[in-house]
Design a binder for this molecule. Structure first.
Ligand SMILES: CC(C)(COP(=O)(O)OP(=O)(O)OC[C@H]1O[C@@H](n2cnc3c(N)ncnc32)[C@H](O)[C@@H]1OP(=O)(O)O)[C@@H](O)C(=O)NCCC(=O)NCCS
Length: 200
């Protein structure tokens, strides 16, 4: 009898804890998530707080320059004023020559990333939403992205948005970087599948 009461007590506590977490998460994501374009004012903070790989340290600065030259937009997500994620949208489409030859007029979503501590709160989805909105505003009818063939979780996220596998073969994506001291790094490579979302 005592065991039964204890079990019911724990079930009630767990239930309320669950509700509390859901409320807390939706409050954080709905009220305190701000997505801004990179700017020189926030570059240092972004480099300090969302650089997990020193070998590609220069990527935030490089994308600021690309944004300034009109080639794309680099979106930074701030949660409670703390930078937690980013995504770059490249208007000319993927840099890879195989994708470029086969897929036209398709802005490319690159390097979607959310700090591991803040995942599964809907931040990645909000960044994708924003890219879709920007592409539509610019008059595009589709948007695309390459996903590492092993990244099944990310592919799952994109399929929720109705991205579909493009009609091209998986390819080897190759990229280079620059570390904090300005030394070149790479080449890095990954086998990638390309996905496209068409707009209505
Ligand atoms: C992919 C990524 C940006 C998703 O960000 P997020 O803020 O967690 O995304 P959301 O909260 O909107 O959606 C989460 C969903 O994404 C999927 N997902 C993708 N990658 C995931 C990961 N590494 N861990 C957990 N969930 C992941 C899951 O389906 C998850 O669903 P769930 O919340 O029901 O568990 C983030 O996991 C990440 O930065 N991963 C490492 C970098 C990466 O793989 N980028 C994509 C390159 S194509």
């Amino acid at each position: 009898m005592f065991k039964k009461i204890l079990l019911i007590y724990h079930s009630i506590i767990n239930y309320f804890n669950l509700i509390w977490y859901i409320l807390q998460f939706s409050f954080m994501v709905e009220n305190d998530l701000i997505i801004v374009y990179i700017s020189s004012n926030i570059l240092n903070e972004v480099e300090e707080k969302i650089t997990f790989d020193d070998k590609t340290f220069s990527k935030h600065r490089d994308r600021l320059h690309l944004q300034e030259s009109g080639k794309g937009q680099y979106l930074i997500a701030f949660l409670n004023k703390f930078p937690v994620g980013h995504v770059f949208i490249r208007w000319e489409g993927a840099e890879d020559s195989y994708v470029k030859t086969n897929i036209k007029n398709c802005p490319n979503i690159e390097d979607l990333f959310v700090n591991p501590k803040f995942r599964s709160l809907g931040i990645g989805s909000k960044l994708i939403d924003k890219c879709i909105k920007l592409a539509k505003e610019k008059g595009f009818f589709q948007i695309g992205l390459g996903v590492e063939v092993t990244n099944v979780m990310a592919a799952g996220l994109y399929s929720r948005f109705n991205f579909e596998e493009a009609n091209i073969n998986p390819y080897k994506d190759i990229w280079f970087g620059e570390d904090k001291k300005g030394s070149k790094t790479g080449p890095f490579s990954a086998k990638v599948k390309y996905y496209i979302l068409g707009f209505h």
